[in-house]
Design a protein around this ligand. Structure first.
Ligand SMILES: NC(=O)c1ccc[n+]([C@@H]2O[C@H](COP(=O)([O-])OP(=O)(O)OC[C@H]3O[C@@H](n4cnc5c(N)ncnc54)[C@H](O)[C@@H]3O)[C@@H](O)[C@H]2O)c1
Length: 262
């Protein structure tokens, strides 16, 4: 089969060789799986999480290519310190995977307090604004970069009782598309991953089922492809979007959802 030289080169292992990345929420679930894949693909990764001991545990398994940092992504000063930690460790930031997020306990509109609303919006939406604002100058200085943000298929297929969460994730998609247009001239690509229900610790917070096994069975029945999303599914997409293979891809909202959006 004919492959242009650049595409053929991109198919060998090490698709992120030479790149440096910040991954938020990398102490667990989708972020942890992506940190593991990024290192396996040759990247150096700042493993950032509000739970510093989880971030450290992830890095213990990954060796010198991974450096842990504790951060609350909704805190502007802490985000600036996180970016500085990446610069101190690696000298540059080529990739931002803004992935940290929190679930909302399922409840009707009338029961959502404005404090809860603010918390969900701050961690799930404002944090991406803060992270993007902090890394954009570094990416510009390096003649480009890739930002990836985790939204959710819930932004397109809402379930009742998740108004703040759905609003936060819909906001993430709008912000990412706005930044994709604004930063394209700087060679900065901005793309969105929309996971369907994924088998991580967060899943139980969304679920109405009595057990994880029951939740997985119900989810499997609700998804055309018949199985809950795995962290590795998200990591694979995040590798592609960070890699030079996606050099002409920006503003994409990629569903990894087992067909939930159909
Ligand atoms: N699991 C799902 O079904 C699902 C579906 C769609 C989208 N998502 C989104 O995927 C992302 C990752 O979720 P996950 O399923 O891996 O959940 P998870 O709970 O396994 O991991 C989330 C991580 O984010 C960290 N975190 C929380 N608040 C933080 C903060 N303020 N600052 C820094 N880190 C913080 C947590 O400590 C945790 O390690 C989230 O944005 C979530 O909304 C998850």
């Amino acid at each position: 089969m004919f492959l242009p030289e650049a595409a053929a080169a991109a198919l060998v292992p090490g698709r992120l060789a030479g790149k440096t990345a910040i991954i938020t929420g990398a102490g667990s679930g989708l972020g942890r799986a992506t940190a593991e894949r990024y290192v396996a693909e040759g990247a150096r990764v700042l493993v950032a999480d509000i739970d510093g001991s989880r971030a450290a545990a992830v890095c213990e398994r990954l060796g010198d290519a991974a450096v842990p940092t504790q951060v609350d992504v909704s805190d502007e000063t802490a985000v600036a310190a996180m970016v500085q930690a990446a610069l101190d460790a690696f000298g540059a930031v080529n990739v931002l995977f803004s992935n940290a997020g929190v679930a909302e306990s399922v409840k009707p509109l009338a029961e959502i307090s404005s404090l809860e609303w603010d918390r969900i919006i701050d961690i799930n939406l404002k944090a991406f604004f803060l992270c993007a604002q902090a890394v954009a100058p570094q990416m510009r200085a390096a003649d480009g970069g890739a930002m990836i943000v985790t939204a959710s298929i819930a932004a397109r297929r809402p379930r009742p009782g998740m108004a703040a969460y759905v609003a936060s994730k819909a906001g993430v998609i709008g912000l990412a598309r706005a930044l994709a247009v604004e930063l394209a001239g700087d060679g900065i690509r901005v793309n969105v991953l929309n996971p369907g229900p994924a088998q991580t610790p967060m899943l139980k917070e969304f679920s109405f089922a009595a057990s994880e096994a029951e939740a997985l069975r119900m989810l499997g029945e609700a998804l055309p492809l018949g199985r809950a999303i795995q962290p590795a599914d998200i990591a694979a997409a995040a590798v592609y979007l960070a890699s030079d293979e996606a050099c002409n891809v920006t503003g994409l909202v990629m569903n990894i959802d087992g067909g939930r959006d159909l």
